[in-house]
Every structure is written in C-alpha cells, then in structure tokens.
Ligand binder design. Structure first.
Ligand code: HEC
Length: 166
C-alpha cells in the first residue's frame, strides 16, 4: 500500500516540477489529489476484504464427520507419539510449525481452531475448502488445495493430540 502512495507522490512531484506555469501546476496538483484519493479508496477496500487468518475461530467446528471431541486436560503421551508419526508421514510435505510452507505454519493451531475444525480439515478437506468460511479464506491465501488425506478418525485424533504439544 505504501508503494502505491509513494508512486502517487512521485507522480505528483514530477507533474508539478514539469508544469511550466502556475495554471499547469495547479492542474497537476488537482490531478494528483484525485489520484491520491483513488489510491486511498483502493487501500480501504483491500483492507476490508482481508481476513486475519491468525485470528482465533474457536466457535467454528467446521464441516465433516467430527461433531464433537472430548479433550482431557492431561496430554496423552502415547497418543502424541502416534500423532507425531502420522503427521510425519502425511503432513510434512506441506507443513512446518514455525514457518509458512505450502500450507500455513501450524504452531499454536489448537489455540486458533477448534478440535472439531482441525479434525474435519484433516478428514474432509475437500468439502471444507468448498464450504467452510475459514478454510475458504485460507485457500484464497495459499492457493493450493490441502490434499484429502485417507486417514482414520483415530489418526486425526492422534494428530490433534500432537498439535496440543506444539
Ligand atoms: C498438499 C499439501 C498439504 C498436505 C499434504 C497437508 N496440508 Fe494442511 N494445508 C495445506 C494448505 C495449502 C492449507 C491452507 C488451505 C488450503 O489452501 O488448502 C492447509 C491448511 C491446514 C490447516 C489449517 C491451518 C490454519 O491456519 O487454520 C491444518 C490444521 C492442516 N492443514 C493440517 C494438516 C495435517 C494434519 C496434514 C496431514 C494429515 C496436512 N495438513 C496435510 C496443504 C497441505
């Protein structure tokens, strides 16, 4: 956005310095003012269309086979170990925890998305990407469909437990 404004300002400066008499200068200034106004309007539109993908959406359970998940306060270490294996085999081609890769960085994902949403995203990504508002915003940003995984509910639950430790 700053780039736009900088370009507009530069255009203004060029027009003004090229203006031979006062009349031309005034005209150039007016044109510049109009350009700046238009740029500002575009910036406003872009901002309002941008969704904050890091904002928590914990009320959204997503669409798919998982309607509710029971989460114990205590982390189940055996389940974490299983989840880590399933994750390594199926997800690392596109995800890292701390950095954006083909898909989003998954650190703190359980603080941003509900357990149900995460499991539905794993088990039912195709439909999620078509219909769920958060998944739709994600694909608009990442431009790559998350592959539909052939995993069981147990696998997805194990990954979720692993994510709780990340
Ligand atoms: C082919 C690449 C690919 C693979 C493999 C993949 N993902 Fe994704 N994932 C993505 C992309 C890309 C997105 C963003 C949405 C989109 O564009 O489809 C995403 C989004 C997500 C999200 C939502 C992130 C957020 O910020 O809300 C979660 C959770 C997720 N993936 C988990 C997984 C898990 C778990 C696996 C393994 C079972 C996996 N993904 C495998 C590409 C992939």
């Amino acid at each position: 956005m700053k780039k736009f404004l900088a370009i507009a300002a530069l255009a203004a400066f060029t027009l003004i310095s090229c203006g031979k008499d006062k009349k031309e200068t005034t005209k150039a200034t007016e044109t510049t003012k109009e350009v700046v106004k238009e740029v500002k309007e575009v910036v406003k539109e872009v901002k309002s269309a941008t969704v904050d993908l890091m904002a928590p959406t914990l009320d959204n359970k997503g669409i798919g086979p998982i309607k509710s998940v029971t989460i114990n306060d205590k982390i189940d270490d055996a389940l974490v170990a299983k989840g880590k294996e399933v994750y390594k085999a199926n997800c690392t081609a596109c995800h890292k925890f701390k950095k954006r890769y083909i898909g989003p960085a998954l650190k703190d994902i359980t603080k941003r998305r509900s357990s149900e949403w995460i499991m539905n995203m794993i088990l039912n990504s195709t439909e999620m990407l078509e219909k769920d508002p958060v998944a739709k915003a994600l694909i608009a940003e990442y431009n790559a469909p998350m592959a539909q995984q052939k995993l069981s509910k147990e696998d997805a639950r194990a990954i979720l437990e692993f994510f709780r430790t990340k």
